[in-house]
Design a protein around this ligand. Structure first.
Ligand code: ADP
Ligand code: MG
Length: 686
């Protein structure tokens, strides 16, 4: 086959050019002319011929059989390299992937033909045909779906379009074992064909277009694309099997694979064996079958297909709603976190079908954004078939389905939370942060959602619900105490928690950025207000400590008030106030926000996102029972003590800032003070 641009036996328009070339050849045949034509005439004739020749050529240029060679996007090459060298044991899944794509393509044409029936060209008998050919050692997976044109072949099969996917691929380590297990969870779709193929051809024609195209590649960095007049509507993937992969030519083997992975596909999968054609799947959409007839394996395979997922479903919800609204839902909660969960578009990926016809999987509004981790289908009996994607957004029937589905999902989550708390903990770690968005977005479901949220806390290692927290509150405790931060381990060790621990008061540890938003939106749970442990007066003295704690605290040092006065004078505007605290047991000092001021962690978060650029002044709290504070207080009144206490005040303030994770406004000053102090602590050099 010629490479690059070249002539083959001309077809179509260029037939004229072919005839002309023959004519030119005849003209020059010796002995044809009685007398040799004068040289000038011959030249002229040749020029004319050349001119016409060139023009016909130009006119037929779009029809020229050109083959172009293109490179895969770097990420695709990387992926293909891993796929080709993988020792993946389940190579057979390539067939599942190709059938899944074929089925999607048929779904898409069926939908497009609703508004433009001419697209179907009279052939609405959608199906997937598998043709093994022992002579050519190829397996062809052909569909009569929407097909692809030249641009789509280049785009869809040469680049990775899905958001986040390219980023995912660039994270692959290059260690094929590890990468393959990652890919196993993630899927390589079309490219999986290269696990068994040394060459893959795609012959495709897009519905409604006249030109067919051939895409081909050996999966080594490049692919070719050229016109292919014989391509029929849809796409035929021709898999040229590698040495040793002949099992995929065996009809019995193909039957078994389809049975395992693709039986849920709603259209016929036909096996062409010699002259015979036979449908080898059940060929009814899985969700239309009774639950009792569906195996967990079948649910799982359907989930893989519909969700483009590769893990096990954590929860499967298959229901048929009858009555005013009639629809079937088959929804899955994944067991792993999809990589695009925090995509700013926050779209649901649940597919909408109307009476078995796929309508769309984009922005259907079938589920609220805070349930966007769900995968699956909803098939409505009532919506009009010709509903446009735009109309869906304002459709009252869709709104009611959404309400019912939301309730159903939350009820099922609630059951899991109470009946299988360990399993629920896994769900919570994956999707809890997303579910919390509902707390301020969906007032109707607030109560249900408050029952579903879980927390890490200072009281134990596992997860805690709000009800459990309220039940464990200490006598005299009136608020639900929380502390926010970026990192669980660091938050846990915050000095502000010391006094709470000493009094046996549990504090909820909040580490999702979203916590800064829903907590103030909710404000109160069962008449108990949420209160930050790092803000205001913590009212700790009103809370009865547990029995074993000594009731009588030692009296604060005598000159504490004077010490605080010197601190205030030294620090001036750098703090809002300096005061003695019940909040501390082990640390000497800590920073807290004044009642009503911005929480410190929230302030940092807003600064990171450039929402504010001012700094709210904080209160420095001193631990009156800490040795350092006691001894500092004791020095008050001695000669030169004020200067020394001032230096200590600055050092302690900076120390509190560091513990908070805040930037020091003047790091060199801190370093200088610390060095001086260290020097004073050493014996004098002789
Ligand atoms: P995914 O199916 O997850 O989108 P794939 O790698 O399986 O990813 O396929 C990439 C894209 O190629 C598909 O999204 C689709 O646009 C296109 N495609 C693949 N197979 C076909 C087909 N048989 N007919 C039409 N388009 C196809
Ligand atoms: Mg696919």
């Amino acid at each position: 086959m010629p490479q690059g641009i070249g002539w083959r036996k001309p077809v179509g328009k260029s037939k004229a050019a072919y005839q002309l070339r023959s004519a030119a050849a005849v003209w020059h045949r010796p002995g044809l002319h009685r007398s040799p034509a004068p040289a000038i005439l011959v030249t002229l004739q040749q020029r004319m011929l050349h001119y016409i020749w060139w023009h016909i050529n130009a006119n037929s240029r779009p029809q020229i059989m050109t083959q172009e060679t293109k490179s895969f996007q770097a990420e695709v090459s990387r992926l293909l390299d891993i796929v080709a060298h993988s020792l993946y044991s389940e190579k057979e899944i390539f067939l599942r992937e190709l059938i899944s794509n074929a089925s999607d393509a048929c779904d898409r044409l069926r939908y497009a033909a609703l508004t433009d029936p001419s697209l179907a060209e009279g052939d609405t008998n959608y199906r997937v045909v598998l043709t093994p050919d022992k002579k050519t050692r190829t397996l062809t997976v052909a569909d009569n779906g929407i097909g692809m044109n030249r641009e789509e072949l280049i785009e869809n099969l040469g680049t990775i379009a899905r958001s986040g996917t390219a980023a995912f691929v660039s994270q692959l380590s290059g260690d094929s074992r590890k990468d393959m297990s990652l890919i196993g969870q993630f899927g390589v779709g079309f490219y999986s064909a290269f696990m068994v193929a040394d060459q893959v051809e795609v012959l495709a024609r897009k519905a409604g277009e006249s030109e067919g195209w051939r895409w081909a590649s050996d999966g080594k960095g490049e692919f070719t694309i050229e016109p292919c007049p014989q391509a029929t509507r849809g796409a035929a993937i021709v898999v040229h099997l590698r040495e040793g992969e002949d099992e995929y030519l065996d009809p019995a083997r193909l039957r078994r694979i389809v049975n395992t992975y693709s039986d849920h596909i709603g259209l016929p999968i036909v096996l062409k064996d010699g002259g015979k054609e036979e449908t080898i799947n059940t060929a009814s959409a899985l969700w239309t079958r009774p639950r009792s007839e569906i195996t967990p394996e079948q649910y799982k395979e359907f989930y893989h297909h519909v969700g483009h997922s590769f893990d096990d479903p954590w929860l499967t919800l298959h229901n048929k709603a009858e009555g005013v609204l009639e629809y079937t839902n088959l929804l899955f909660v994944p067991s792993t976190k999809p990589f695009d969960l925090f995509d700013p578009e926050r779209k649901s990926r649940v597919k909408l079908y109307v009476r078995r016809v796929f309508i769309t999987d984009e922005g259907t509004d079938l589920l609220p954004a805070y349930l966007r981790f769900l995968r699956g289908v909803v098939d409505s009996e009532d919506l009009p078939l010709n509903i446009s994607r735009e109309m869906l957004q304002s459709n009252p029937m869709v709104a009611r389905i959404r309400q019912q589905l939301t309730r159903r999902v939350l009820t099922e989550l609630g059951k899991k939370a109470t009946e299988a708390s360990d399993e629920y903990a896994k769900f919570w770690d994956n999707f809890g942060a997303v579910l919390k968005e509902g707390l301020y977005e969906d007032r109707d479901q607030r109560e249900a959602l408050l029952g579903l949220i879980r927390f890490r806390s200072t009281a134990r290692d596992g997860l805690v619900s709000l009800d459990e927290y309220v039940e464990r509150m200490r006598p005299g405790q009136e608020a639900i105490y929380t502390i926010t931060g970026d990192n669980l381990d660091i938050v846990k060790r915050s000095p502000q928690l010391e006094g709470f621990r000493a009094r046996g008061v549990e504090v909820l540890l909040l580490t999702d950025p979203i916590d800064e938003f829903w907590v103030p939106a909710i404000g109160i749970y069962k008449e108990k207000p949420f209160k930050s442990a790092t803000r205001g007066g913590a009212d700790l003295d009103k809370i009865t400590p547990p029995e074993e704690q000594p009731q009588e605290q030692p009296a604060p040092p005598a000159k504490l008030a004077s010490l605080i006065a010197i601190f205030k004078l030294a620090l001036g505007d750098a703090v809002k106030d300096v005061r003695s605290s019940d909040r501390l047991t082990d640390s000497a000092v800590c920073l807290v926000a004044d009642e009503g001021d911005l929480d410190m962690h929230f302030e940092r978060l807003l600064k990171q996102h450039r929402q504010i650029d001012t700094t709210v002044k904080r209160i420095l709290e001193l631990n009156p029972r800490h040795k350092l504070i006691e001894r500092l207080a004791a020095t008050v009144g001695e000669g030169g003590a004020s200067d020394q206490i001032s230096e200590f005040a600055w050092l302690l303030l900076d120390q509190a800032r560091i513990v908070e994770g805040e930037q020091l406004p003047d790091p060199p000053a801190f370093a200088r003070r610390l060095a001086q102090l260290l020097e004073r602590g050493l014996p004098q050099a002789a």
